[in-house]
Design a protein around this ligand. Structure first.
Ligand code: C5P
Ligand code: MG
Length: 317
């Protein structure tokens, strides 16, 4: 018996190697030097399983700011949905100054690799709450949001059109789960002509009075580090997502990893993390947490390639 083990082991290993090699040739984007994977073989196995399950079992859960939208373009930061509101049409100079001070205080905390999510959590609540209070004081008018988005320089990642269109074609639901401002987010994807019927958004929505003036924010506050609560209370209830246990998750924050917490087990989960800022400081934690990490990649090339692979029948991939 014992002398048979190497005989069995070697062919199995080489078959496995050939099988894994296939992904490398079928998804060459994963071989780019900006792509990091701690467990390449696990990624390849998950991709195979998701491909076998097919588009009918797939859902995509994505963060918005700095994941679907760009982090920077031509060396300049691209505005987040909150920052799009920094427009004289909507807020005054004093509010701009206060919001920027808050950003300068809290954003470094949000991305600080030396603090835990638990430590950051109360500070994030403080940041979001203070900004929302400032915005409410400005009596923002709903009818001006579209113009503010047009004037903002908001940009989705290169290749976004293929991403949204492919999902719509294959009738794969896309859940955009954002701690940004939902009304602004919707306007960005509408103006980019990709707000297809398969897109669902969970975010912080503005509550306007009957004259169209901002008076509050609706529902429970969503910030970067409490997405697991929304995943269980909101995403899990979405009929369109039910029974789809093959999940492609995209995010740019470690907090985004909890966006799939509401998906029933057993599930196949492949996580992709965009590492945009503080790269050296955060690389290790991202590689330990996400299956695939994309370093300073402003494109949707890898998510698109992964999506094409998963949604093509195995023999046609
Ligand atoms: O869509 P996402 O969940 O990424 O939206 C949250 C992002 O918005 C955070 O990463 C944070 O840096 C940013 N933010 C901001 N201004 C605020 C609050 C959050 O730019 N006032
Ligand atoms: Mg984000």
């Amino acid at each position: 018996m014992i002398h048979q083990i190497p005989w069995v082991y070697v062919p199995v290993r080489s078959v496995l190697a050939t099988w894994l090699q296939l992904i490398k040739t079928e998804i060459p984007e994963l071989a780019k030097c900006s792509v990091l994977m701690k467990q390449r073989s696990k990624v390849e196995e998950t991709l195979r399983a998701m491909q076998r399950a097919g588009a009918g079992s797939l859902q995509v859960i994505s963060d918005f700011d700095m994941t679907l939208s760009r982090f920077a373009h031509n060396g300049r930061r691209v505005p987040t949905t909150h920052n799009i509101l920094d427009n004289r049409l909507l807020i005054n100079e004093d509010c701009t100054r206060k919001m920027r001070e808050l950003l300068d205080t809290y954003y470094p905390i949000e991305i600080d690799a030396s603090r835990t999510a638990e430590e950051k959590l109360p500070l994030m609540v403080e940041w979001w709450t203070r900004v929302h209070e400032l915005l409410i004081q400005q009596r923002i008018r709903r009818e001006l949001l579209a113009q503010a988005v047009q004037e903002s320089g908001a940009m989705l990642r290169e290749g976004y059109q293929h991403f949204f269109d492919r999902l719509a074609e294959r009738q794969v639901p896309l859940l955009i789960f954002s701690a940004g401002v939902g009304d602004v987010l919707e306007e960005v994807i509408r103006q980019n002509r990709v707000f297809h019927p398969n897109v669902h958004v969970i975010s912080n929505y503005m509550d306007f009075d009957c004259t169209g003036v901002l008076q509050a924010f609706k529902g429970r506050l969503i910030h970067t580090f409490n997405k697991h609560e929304g995943a269980l209370s909101l995403a899990a209830g979405l009929r369109e997502l039910r029974g789809r246990r093959s999940v492609l998750l995209l995010g740019d924050s470690l907090g985004d990893l909890t966006m799939a917490d509401g998906v029933e087990e057993p599930r196949q989960l492949l996580t992709v993390g965009f590492l945009n800022d503080q790269v050296e400081e955060r690389k290790e934690s991202y590689v330990n947490a996400f299956d695939i990490v994309l370093i300073r990649d402003e494109t949707m090339d890898v998510p698109n390639a992964v999506l094409n692979f998963i949604t093509s029948p195995p023999d046609a991939a």
